[in-house]
Design a protein. Structure first.
Length: 181
């Protein structure tokens, strides 16, 4: 309390002294200050922020590889199975690597590579233009290895190309949560 009153006294006692030494700023200094601040704001907006400028590289006439990923669950909450459908909607064929299944919450992530079904490895998978692939994922097999996975509310599938390029992802909620993050 003594320190606070001493600080307030020093600030109020110095006000008349500060007012006597006040010098008006020059017009040029204010202009340069405004220019520097505006450049800093523009740099943040266009180089670091939401309007980030990116340069597109590559041939604009090359064909794009696109896949449509759909993830369905058999029940609204606590599903036993997930159905993954991958459809090649691009102009060329695509080699698909093993999809990654990610169980996650706010702080915890557990990642698994899906090799195939019924102990048969089916990846890498070659999809021609317009072809689709459906895979049924049994979640009880994952839950039997680790009981802590049942507490994680989200499941996400990430699909990669053989060269390592990420083609897309899809997520579903496995149980009710307070926040859908």
């Amino acid at each position: 309390m003594k320190r606070l009153s001493l600080i307030l006294f020093m600030l109020t006692a110095g006000l008349p002294v500060w007012a006597q030494n006040e010098i008006e700023p020059d017009g040029q200094k204010l202009l340069w200050f405004a220019i520097i601040i505006s450049f800093a704001i523009l740099f943040y907006l266009f180089a670091l922020g939401p309007f980030k400028l990116t340069r597109k590289t590559g041939n604009p006439f090359s064909s794009k590889k696109k896949v449509n990923i759909e993830l369905k669950k058999d029940r609204l909450y606590y599903p036993d199975e997930l159905e993954l459908t991958i459809e090649n909607t691009g102009k060329t064929a695509v080699d698909i690597e093993q999809p990654m299944l990610v169980f996650s919450s706010i702080w915890v992530k557990r990642k698994f590579r899906i090799k195939g079904t019924n102990n048969a490895s089916i990846y890498p998978l070659y999809l021609d233009k317009g072809q689709s692939h459906t895979l049924t994922i049994d979640l009880n097999r994952f839950y039997s290895h680790s009981k802590s996975l049942k507490r994680l509310p989200k499941a996400k599938i990430i699909v990669f190309e053989v060269e390592g390029k990420r083609l897309g992802s899809q997520r579903v909620f496995l149980r009710k949560t307070l926040f859908n993050i």
